[in-house]
Design a protein around this ligand. Sequence first.
Ligand code: NAG
Ligand code: NAG
Ligand code: NAG
Length: 462
Amino acid sequence: MLSSSATYGTIIALLVAQISGLPSLNIESDSQAIFPSHNNGQIPDANGKTPSGLDMDFDALRLVRFLNGDMAEGYEEPTWVTEREKLEAKREGRDCIDITEHRDFGTNTYTSLIAASQSRTIYHPPNSTFVSKVLPLLSSDEQKANLETFTSFYTRYYNSDTGRASSRWLYQRAVNYTEKYASSELKTAARVELVLVPHNFKQESVVIRLNPKNVSSSDAITIIGAHCDSINMENPFLRAPGADDDGSGTVTVLEAYRSILESGYIPSSPLEFHFYAGEEGGLLGSLDIADWFVKTGKSVGGMLQFDMTAWVAAGTQEKVGVVMNRVDPALTEWQKLLINEYLDIPWVETEYPGRAGSDHQSWTGAGYPAAHSIEGAWENGNHQNPHSPRDRTDISDEFSFGHILQYVLGFSYVLNEYCLSCHGCYASSFDIMIYHEAKQRLITACRFTKLAVAFAVELSDY
Ligand SMILES: *[C@@H]1O[C@H](CO)[C@@H](O)[C@H](O)[C@H]1NC(C)=O
Ligand SMILES: *[C@@H]1O[C@H](CO)[C@@H](O)[C@H](O)[C@H]1NC(C)=O
Ligand SMILES: *[C@@H]1O[C@H](CO)[C@@H](O)[C@H](O)[C@H]1NC(C)=O
């Protein structure tokens, strides 16, 4: 499905054409008929915002496998449901993978393809000399500004006009970073490609590749990724800012890309940054992309996925939640070494409950080594706000950016010494009480980005 590939340079002309061809907002009048029991006819919503140009047949049949931790493989047998039933299951906390387009997912067809192409990467203890050059360039100001715009799209639902517009904004942001920060040495040594990946729905995924020119096409690829869509699971016609889920992971990966470019780092092996569309619809974007990797015989050294990186529950100690189920054990152990080496908070092993899922599973299901880290132990995560209009940065000071917005200028100078961040801003005076609180919030986001950078640079330095 990665058919719209173009090299950096030509892609900008393509993009301009695509943006000027954006459809205008298309307000569906009969949404009430589709969700009579959920929106009560309240369209537009309480804030007077218009819906999102959603365009979807909720009676369409989809082939899904529901997640079920009690099963050996973790997935129930494939079953046909309508789009409406799929949403209803999500509301009940039953996630699925939607394999309508990839019916051989997880079967022997995949396994044998992978066996033919994939040589197993042996992970050695972190020792790259480049990570420490990138980390001082991390900027929480960039992340804050990016998240502000990203959450301002009415919804990033994958079958909505605003969902598509949000991906194109993200894509353009990456293009701008590339123009500004990609060194001529990098552009000489590697092909820098930015791709809008089309799917069978409105939103596109965004894929960025740094592909060294002197390595073979079978070289193992390093991937860091997050999902760029959001959802209001009560009613996909309504507001879904998706700040933590997964705007936080998106700006984590985007800032890793920006800082790696700014550092002038040139990977020794291919390095990719993925932003998946349609995760909330059953891992749709990542399945398309992982499937394309399988079918084209690509080899993956490791994939690290970020889905929700911002929340520090009140009264809990800040930790990185290292997910232990449906991941690659060796890569997961190596991820712990990275956290030990580059972060100043501990990791804690945690598990997704049996019925929840995210994009790393498209990669493990395809037979590739993938790992996943989340904002803390699962039980301390932000579960009350995602998939609703409440998933905002300002919903609670448990959201790390809430305090950043208000206090970053005053505190960033002092924060430098802690999270190697926020260059370009200086503290004069500050309220010491507020400082301590703000410090913790800011560091959370920085810490995950440090992990993203460390993973990307260490593994692509092989
Ligand atoms: C890191 O360790 C590996 C494995 O021992 C070695 O091959 C590589 O040269 C080392 N890299 C650096 C920068 O020391
Ligand atoms: C990209 O840069 C152009 C030119 O400076 C600017 O007009 C546009 O707003 C930027 N877009 C994004 C998404 O950063
Ligand atoms: C590719 O070129 C880089 C320098 O740009 C060099 O460090 C690296 O060893 C080369 N790799 C291969 C496989 O030739």
